[in-house]
Design a protein around this ligand. Structure first.
Ligand SMILES: *[C@@H]1O[C@H](CO)[C@@H](O)[C@H](O)[C@H]1NC(C)=O
Length: 227
């Protein structure tokens, strides 16, 4: 190859490197995590309702978490990027209903959202600023009416026990995507439906099949707690 060819090749390689750097978000996918308030509250540690009142008996958002394909995840990526409630003031009332805190002592949710932004949100700043991060997460929540999907399949938050596989099948049928389910334990050590994980592409807007399939942290029969 002549001098000109080399030059063009190097130019192309350099450009390729440059654009792939620019487009690499620094993580591989998101987990979008919903939590069942009945299970959060039904543990030895118990819970506290937010100052805005008892949340609806519905799945609330836990968070949107950047993840790597090897199963590990980045966290606390930018200590200089503090949670700023002023940046999301237009979203706060929606967050109070769809992303309610249940931690004690009772509070208005700012601490929960601050934790989520600082631990997880700062690791996807290459894709979304703070407002977009919370806005996109709320929009994802609107696209999965999980409680309705489960109830349509006869799976209700009535303290009864259900098959893990039936729960997964109902969610897969209702959303098109296979969820990952985590359980926690009530004071009597019964396993109960606690968190549902979905995977989302690096834009934070489209559900995808999970690139890695972590195991469900639940036995084959689990309780769906009342709230
Ligand atoms: C929530 O409470 C904190 C103090 O605990 C306060 O600084 C903040 O402004 C409150 N936020 C909202 C949205 O009411």
């Amino acid at each position: 190859m002549g001098g000109k060819g080399w030059f063009l090749l190097k130019l192309l390689m350099f450009q390729g490197l440059f654009t792939s750097r620019l487009q690499d978000p620094g993580f591989d996918f998101f987990y979008f995590v919903l939590q069942w308030p009945g299970a959060y509250c039904d543990t030895k540690r118990a819970c506290c309702y937010p100052t805005t009142g008892k949340p609806a008996a519905d799945f609330g958002i836990h968070g949107l978490w950047p993840n790597y394909n090897d199963g590990s995840y980045p966290s606390n990526c930018d200590p200089d990027s503090e949670f700023d409630p002023a940046e999301i003031s237009d979203l706060v009332s929606t967050m109070q209903t769809k992303w309610p805190t249940l931690s004690c002592p009772s509070n208005n949710g700012s601490k929960f959202w601050e934790h989520e932004w600082e631990k997880h949100g700062t690791c996807s700043e290459s894709v979304m600023d703070q407002h977009k991060y919370f806005e996109n997460t709320l929009a994802l929540r609107d696209r999965v009416n999980l409680l309705q999907i489960l109830q349509d399949a006869g799976i209700n938050p009535d303290d009864e026990f259900y098959d893990l596989q039936d729960i997964k099948n109902a969610i897969k049928d209702g959303t098109g995507f296979t969820p990952v389910i985590h359980c926690n334990k009530d004071p009597e050590k019964n396993s109960q439906l606690h968190e549902i994980f979905f995977c989302v592409d690096t834009s934070g807007t489209e559900f995808i099949e999970c690139p890695i399939i972590p195991r469900d942290r639940c036995p084959s029969k689990l309780q769906f707690a009342m709230f």
